[in-house]
Design a protein around this ligand. Sequence first.
Ligand SMILES: [Zn+2]
Length: 278
Amino acid sequence: MQKDQLFTRRRMLLAGAAALGSAGTAGIVLAEGGEETARSAPAPVAGPQARQALKPSAFRLQPLTGYGPPRTAPRKLKVRRKPILEISRSGRRMMLTFDDGPNPDYTPHILDTLAKYDVRAMFFVCGECVAVNRELVARMADEGHVVGNHTWTHPLLTTLGRKEIRSEMERTSDIIEDTYGERPQWFRAPYGAWNKAAFQLGAAMGMEPMAWTVDTTDWMEPGVDTIIDQVESGAAPGVVVLSHDAGGDRSQTVRAIREWLPYLIDSGYHLTVPSRRI
Ligand SMILES: [Zn+2]
């Protein structure tokens, strides 16, 4: 292929990525007291959005830089005072999120179930888990999932100094970029324990704070039936569901999603992720 033909092809991919980005972020609504920035789409960059038009094997051969802003340039975001708690209720949308992984014992089974039903989800990963399970993050990218930053070691941020918080977040964004293909645009504080530094640093790094609406309580290992009931009774338009694919024995989580995911689909919910396809 001639060089100029390649350039034309990449421009077309970027145009498609911009359209997808606009559609995806338009669905985010804000927690009370939040700022307005989440409704604006990020600048289009070559990344996982662009790769949707390519087979995974072809994507690996594509250069990712050269047009538009550098991939590493963070969006300029206003500093929020509260995290985002839910997404748009239109179209009976819900969003699934999985924290603390990736983990080789559980994450592949969850990815298999999501693939079976052609559903995309968000994975808030810890850097130290990514470091030893890089191939699972690459699989998330190839299968269209969105990866967010959940710090390196999962500390309680409210007990740390600003320098330590910055290190926890920055190292994790670095390894996500290296394994996933772009820097994360979403951050979730461990234990849902947010503070001013986390909001400020996250915004400076181009990440929006994402919390959740419904906790499956799977981290308490309450039994498969309880987890299923938490999801099914909490299901509603706009709800963000919190599950965990690591951090303990998550076999109940793995079994429960095989039940509650088809239930949500049969109930007419549209399971979506921000920024990527919706
Ligand atoms: Zn966590």
